[in-house]
Design a protein around this ligand. Structure first.
Ligand SMILES: C[S@@+](CC[C@H](N)C(=O)[O-])C[C@H]1O[C@@H](n2cnc3c(N)ncnc32)[C@H](O)[C@@H]1O
Length: 351
């Protein structure tokens, strides 16, 4: 957990559109910038397929299967960490706080913390932020039925939309402007990129933490056993591969052209350990990523796309920074680390 260094539409509607209705444009834009940009090939830069494409309605259904796979430890460990330390964390949250769960997903994970706040009768306003409207509709409705002391709303839009909405006074229109803001990043959303990128994402959130009472709490997986990590992302039934391929299919739908055909691409999980000199990485850590490899030349003239056989695109990189790496990220982002909690016998921690 950290704080910043020095430095509603009407509340009866459960979901606030802060930019979600422009989602198609957003997805098309990031595909153009990150996958279709012809200068990418020439530059030899890493091509990173955007993980936002993984959140189609069908993608979400597959993701829910992923989190229940026996060897996919990260979701359960993080939920257990919140169950184990929920009372301590909830005790730090003042009445009237606004909790913004960035990339809230199906809200299953945050429930142990909200349960402790409810038990303590601490009135707070929970906002789940996600680009998936169906996640928000199901998740916010279920939380609203469950709690009496916690008001629950959804923010439909992207991370950028949310920061813009806060900075332009959107949040102050729906809650008391003096409410402390707590940001929650569960599921290794933040802290989970190459060091410099991770710091740059954190810094953007630090900029909207304008009160000394504002906090950000990150769930990160610091596992250092490569076999355990590999097995968790490479299940025998191929559920994770299906999840990745669904992202590629969804990009066909967004772009309105079938540039991706399953038989043209191999999808495989890979573990790497970039050393201190790579990409501004000040210390090494294990990384799991999926690699999409073109098995033959792939081209889609309508979209101006052309990839030679053997071309590789990475997707869904998972950096396993430990406590030392997270402390360095906080320092570099202008945040002060105030505490951390571990799940007994696990490497998932919140800080
Ligand atoms: C790995 S899931 C984590 C979900 C949840 N926090 C958990 O730990 O179970 C990432 C979530 O972030 C959302 N997401 C991804 N990119 C986003 C973006 N740019 N803006 C808003 N939400 C995003 C996805 O829809 C998905 O629900």
């Amino acid at each position: 957990m950290a704080n910043a260094q020095s430095s509603s539409s009407n509340s009866s509607s459960l979901i606030i559109d802060i930019g979600g209705s422009r989602l198609h444009e957003y997805l098309e834009g990031i595909l153009r910038d990150r996958v279709m940009d012809p200068s990418l090939l020439a530059s030899g830069r890493q091509c990173l397929f955007p993980s936002a494409l993984l959140s189609s309605d069908e993608g979400i259904r597959i993701w829910q299967k992923v989190t229940r796979l026996p060897l996919y430890y990260a979701s359960d460990d993080e939920k257990d960490t919140l169950a184990l330390h929920g009372t301590a964390i909830a005790g730090l949250i003042q009445p009237g706080t606004v909790l913004i769960d960035i990339g809230c997903g199906d809200v299953r994970k945050v429930r142990p913390l909200l349960d402790k706040l409810e038990l303590a009768k601490t009135p707070i306003h929970y906002f789940g932020l996600d680009l998936s409207r169906s996640y928000l509709e199901q998740g916010i409705a279920s939380l609203s039925q469950r709690y009496e002391h916690i008001q629950c709303s959804g923010l439909w839009g992207t991370f950028d939309d949310c920061r813009t909405w806060i900075a332009s006074g959107g949040l102050s229109n729906v809650v008391n402007p003096n409410s402390p803001k707590w940001f929650l990043s569960l599921g290794s959303i933040l802290g989970n990129d190459s060091f410099d990128s991770a710091v740059s994402h954190l810094r953007k959130w630090a900029q909207v933490m304008t009160s000394p009472h504002d906090r950000i709490i990150l769930g990160v997986d610091a596992t250092s056993d490569p076999g355990k990590i590999y097995d968790s992302y490479n299940d025998h039934e191929g559920v994770l591969e299906r999840f990745m391929r669904r992202g590629l299919e969804y990009s066909n739908e967004v772009l309105g052209r079938e540039w991706y055909r399953p038989e043209d691409w191999r999808v495989s999980g890979v573990i790497t350990c970039p050393d201190g000199d790579d990409d501004g990485q000040p210390l090494s850590c294990l990384v799991h990523k999926f690699v999409f490899r073109a098995l033959k030349e792939v081209s889609c003239p309508d979209l101006g796309m052309s990839f030679p056989a053997g071309f590789e695109m990475d997707c869904w990189e998972s950096f396993k920074f430990g406590p030392e790496g997270m402390k360095m990220q906080f320092d570099a982002a202008g945040l002060v680390e105030l505490g951390k909690w571990n799940c007994f016998g696990s490497s998932v921690c919140k800080s």
